[in-house]
Write a protein that binds this ligand. Sequence first.
Ligand code: 13P
Length: 255
Amino acid sequence: MNKNVRKAVIAGNWKMNMTPSETKKLLSELIPMVEGKTGCDVVVCVPFVDIDTAVAMTKGTNVKVGAQNVHFEKNGAFTGEISADMLKECGAEYVVIGHSERRQYFGETDVTVNLRLKAALAAGLTPILCVGELLDERDRDVTAEVVAMQTKIALLDVSAEDAKKVIVAYEPVWAIGTGRTATAEQADEVCGIIRSVLAAKYGADVAEAVTIQYGGSMKPGNAAELLSKYHVDGGLIGGASLKASDFTAIVDAAQ
Ligand code: 13P
């Protein structure tokens, strides 16, 4: 099957950056720069408090809005948490799930990632499921096993129909915010491993339909090469998504 059947998705993960007024400024630069660039979906995953501003500003444009996490319960006594229904009603369409920073600093596990993913799907949000190995794991040659395990547990009890709606982001932890990028060959190899895990579970049709992004120091200078690879269908971009011109250059590389 041709890679062109898959929708490329370029998503910015702003992490804990941008107040609502800074969101206004960045989006007022970005929106006209990416206008009409329909060769990929363009998403910004913003802090919770910026969702309202981002949704209002992107209305009627080709930029879509996502959140960076979601709780798995529908509601209740979970102080400080945000539910999938809340995100949906605020106009978010995507949500990052299982980012390595959540796993590393906030104790998220494969099991809670699975619960969050199912909650997001049930609310009609598109999950961006992050998987990726630590440097130690790569050095010990268990990258394939680690990403396979993360992917399989995240998708426990998820139907084939729902699996098609999931975006997977391969983010090697050693390449996040370090300026050290996986080579295009490494990215393609691991995205291919993830696709084969999907094929074993759901069949080739589902596996070929799922968008698999690469994330980890993707920048204007390396985006085209990474995106040219068969299994790399887009990018999840941290640092370079905070500058309209850099993010636009990556969107251009995906056209
Ligand atoms: P950087 O692009 O800053 O390395 O961050 C990648 C990332 O974690 C996106 O989710």
